[in-house]
Design a protein around this ligand. Structure first.
Ligand code: PNS
Length: 159
């Protein structure tokens, strides 16, 4: 059976840390769906369409990766689309409680669905979309944080 997994997130905007996790997942599994979702706890700075477009441009050329946006429950989307696992990156202990809560909730909602955590690349331990937004809004250089091919688009929207 083909192993189809999902890398979900708000990607507001995409960072090099996200791309590292997605690329590594694409080498481990047959097919990776990058799910662009809304986190009810956050108000996005980029529209869903913008976030999807930035990810598609960055991931262009990786054949087994597709980018989709959807509303509703992640666990239900996985069930409806034959997705066997959620793949997420863990940066630090501070991520753990939040991620653990989500993993257990998703398992309760869909008992077939596993959550796999990849240890983040040490280069991106500190990195988050919020950091990118904060640095850009204060006139800082975001080139170490975001994919080069979408750097200008992200900067134009944030400055
Ligand atoms: O990048 P984020 O903001 O940490 O991603 C969180 C996200 C979007 C993956 C999470 O909020 C989510 O799964 N939202 C979809 C709604 C859902 O299924 N909620 C219940 C899971 S706890």
């Amino acid at each position: 059976m083909q192993k189809k997994v999902i890398c979900p997130g708000s990607f507001d905007p995409v960072t090099l840390g996200h791309i590292d996790i997605i690329r590594r997942a694409s080498r481990m599994f047959d097919h990776v769906v990058v799910g662009v979702l809304n986190n009810v706890a956050k108000t996005p700075s980029f529209s869903t369409e913008e976030r999807i477009a930035l990810l598609r441009k960055t991931l262009d050329g990786i054949d087994n990766v597709e980018v989709v946006g959807f509303d509703g429950l992640l666990a239900q989307y996985a069930k409806d689309n034959n997705i066997t696992a959620i793949v997420k990156g863990l940066r630090a202990v501070s991520d753990f409680e939040y991620e653990f809560q989500q993993a257990l909730t998703n398992k309760k909602l869909n008992s077939e669905l596993e959550t796999v955590f990849l240890t983040c690349n040490s280069d991106y331990m500190y990195l988050s979309s919020s950091i990118v937004k904060q640095v850009a809004s204060l006139g800082g250089d975001i080139s170490p944080f975001v994919p080069e091919c979408v750097h200008d688009e992200i900067l134009d929207r944030l400055k």
